[in-house]
Design a protein around this ligand. Structure first.
Ligand SMILES: [Zn+2]
Length: 287
């Protein structure tokens, strides 16, 4: 997942900032803006700086409740202004939108983004931060009942992040269904696992980028592991990935494996692992 940087959303420079070390961070706190989801981070920043007189937008991060886009606010280690007396220990994340009774205002995409950011914070901290809503530490209804109850439930994701594909229909001729549990393609639409020399959407594992809470390396290993579940000889000193093993860094060995699998599956053979090649490993019967 991608955090839209301050430069990308056109933030004003902060008037001042002070740093909080990770050792003092213990809380991950949810807020909401209680205003239209069309509000931009820049509008919130302008309000905080011009009307409230703060040095910057108050939150450490902001997430649009509909699109799930994540915006950098003050960032991980800058002191925020989102919960009086608790800004040192708490990383404050604002979900941009309203809480309207009787409907789900926070999309599955926004929930996944929030959870991803929480997982990312825990990874950086090295242990779990306490998950709180603003109302746990201030006299406010923030972050609204919908988000608050979701936080208290531990951020369950019920949406389509791991779609339940229909059972593969066995083809005549005795082909067996794919083994294992289907795993949804983890990259954005149009992206693929490919060489590091490629464009931004060619994800190689070399730079350990995070997608849906795991590194690209872990995902690429997951795909190759699925091929071994299907009976392919994959791993160090095996037929495929025999040199470096299943290390999750795309190179000539992964390309050769992907090409062989694409040929086997009668897919377009380009050696790049996009959605079709990914899904075929989990959904198509073993041929
Ligand atoms: Zn709040």
């Amino acid at each position: 997942m991608h955090i839209i940087s301050r430069a990308e959303w056109g933030a004003r420079a902060p008037e001042s900032r002070s740093t909080v070390p990770w050792s003092k961070r213990t809380v991950f706190m949810g807020h909401y803006s209680a205003a239209s989801a069309t509000q931009t981070p820049r509008q919130i920043q302008d309000y905080h700086m011009r009307v409230r007189g703060w040095s910057d937008v108050g939150y450490n991060f902001l997430i649009n409740s509909i699109t799930g886009h994540i915006y950098e606010g003050r960032g991980w280690t800058t002191l925020g202004a989102h919960c009086a007396d608790h800004n040192t220990e708490a990383i404050g994340v604002c979900i941009i939108g309203k809480d309207q009774a009787g409907r789900q205002d926070v999309s599955d995409a926004a929930r996944r983004a929030f959870k991803w950011l929480y997982d990312e914070a825990n990874n950086r901290k090295g242990r779990r931060l306490t998950l709180l809503g603003h109302r746990d530490r201030g006299s406010t209804s923030c972050p609204g009942d919908e988000i608050y109850s979701w936080l208290k439930a531990g951020l369950p994701i019920v949406g389509s992040s791991t779609p339940q594909p229909s059972q593969p229909t066995p083809k005549p001729g005795g082909t067996r269904p794919a083994p294992g549990t289907p795993v949804a393609f983890p990259l954005p639409a149009g992206w693929y696992f490919g060489p590091p020399s490629g464009p931004d959407y060619s994800v190689s594992g070399l730079y350990e980028r995070y997608f849906r809470g795991r590194t690209d390396r872990a995902w690429l290993r997951e795909w190759a592991t699925q091929l071994s579940r299907r009976g392919w000889s994959v791993g160090q000193s095996k037929r495929w990935l025999g040199g470096a093993g299943n290390d999750g860094v795309y190179g000539p060995e992964y390309r050769a494996l992907a090409e062989a699998f694409q040929r086997d599956q009668r897919l377009h053979v380009d050696g790049l692992i996009g959605r079709n090649t990914w899904d075929a490993a989990f959904r198509n019967p073993v041929t």
